[in-house]
Design a protein around this ligand. Sequence first.
Ligand code: FDA
Length: 292
Amino acid sequence: MIRRAVTAAAPTRAVVDRFVAGETTADALRVATELVGAGCRVTLDHLGEDVTVPAEAALTVDAYTELLGALADAGLADRVEVSLKLSSLGQALDEELAAGNAARICAAAHAAGTTVTLDAEDHTTTDSTLRVLARLRERWPSVGAVLQAYLRRSEDDCRALAGPGSRVRLCKGAYAEPDVVAFSTAAEIRDNFMRCAEVLLTGRGYPMFATHDPVLIALVTDRIRAAGRGVGEVEFQMLHGVRPDEQRRLVDTGHIVRIYVPYGTQWYGYLMRRLAERPANAAFFLRALIGR
Ligand code: FDA
């Protein structure tokens, strides 16, 4: 019902537009160009998840291939990479199918001169995603992983992925997970984020800290110096539309800042996770929906 209402109503469209670049490759390129012009790097996500029909997964591969060709043509490939969800490539149907589809996208990214990062989804997919990552990294060592600080296992996963050439995006995690696998309080999640950050910063890979949390940004900034890393050896990452002032401040203080920009027609699941993260967003959304 909400999906239908949002699609139909212009005011709620504005809420979608705050977080999502638009529906087409051209929309994604436009927003990426603006952000690169403002000194940021970008990772583009073609929205879609939980695909269970091989033909739909093939369409996802086509969308990324088109995007990567357009990035190369526009001369953006040194600043703009792509993020992808294995569930949009058929992971729930068959890990082999998703791995083959992801390999096609990695080959297209390599040809375009850019990199790929595999998003992290709910905990039931973590083992499979890390298996596929390991296979992709044999051919394309720059393929990045996402690890979620709310998962109890992530400190070990960080250790396993902190070697030379490895790229790891550390985020808190966005799915509803059971206590047996995940920390649930804000304090526990922050503590584990910092334990994971320490492993990545003292390791030999390239850490990417994906958070808008001012407490974590301050702690990580201190630890970057203490770990003897320069500002160019670490990235901060944030979502399109979230804390743009902080994005600007980090760029102005010399940090590498990459903005995660989703685009495409399948924005519903993504938008619902962003609204769930912050009650103020949900209130803004509901006011727009009822026209007040
Ligand atoms: P927290 O939620 O505590 O937010 C801190 C502050 O940031 C808030 O007080 C508010 O000011 C602001 N803020 C945060 N979210 C906001 C929102 N939606 N709207 C407006 N303001 C907001 N998750 C996952 O499970 N798998 C993945 O692959 C990824 N990938 C990913 C990439 C990138 C680049 C980012 C930044 C995040 C992800 N995430 C993710 C999402 C992540 O797990 C997490 O859900 C969100 O980043 C929110 O957590 P914060 O660390 O920002 O802290």
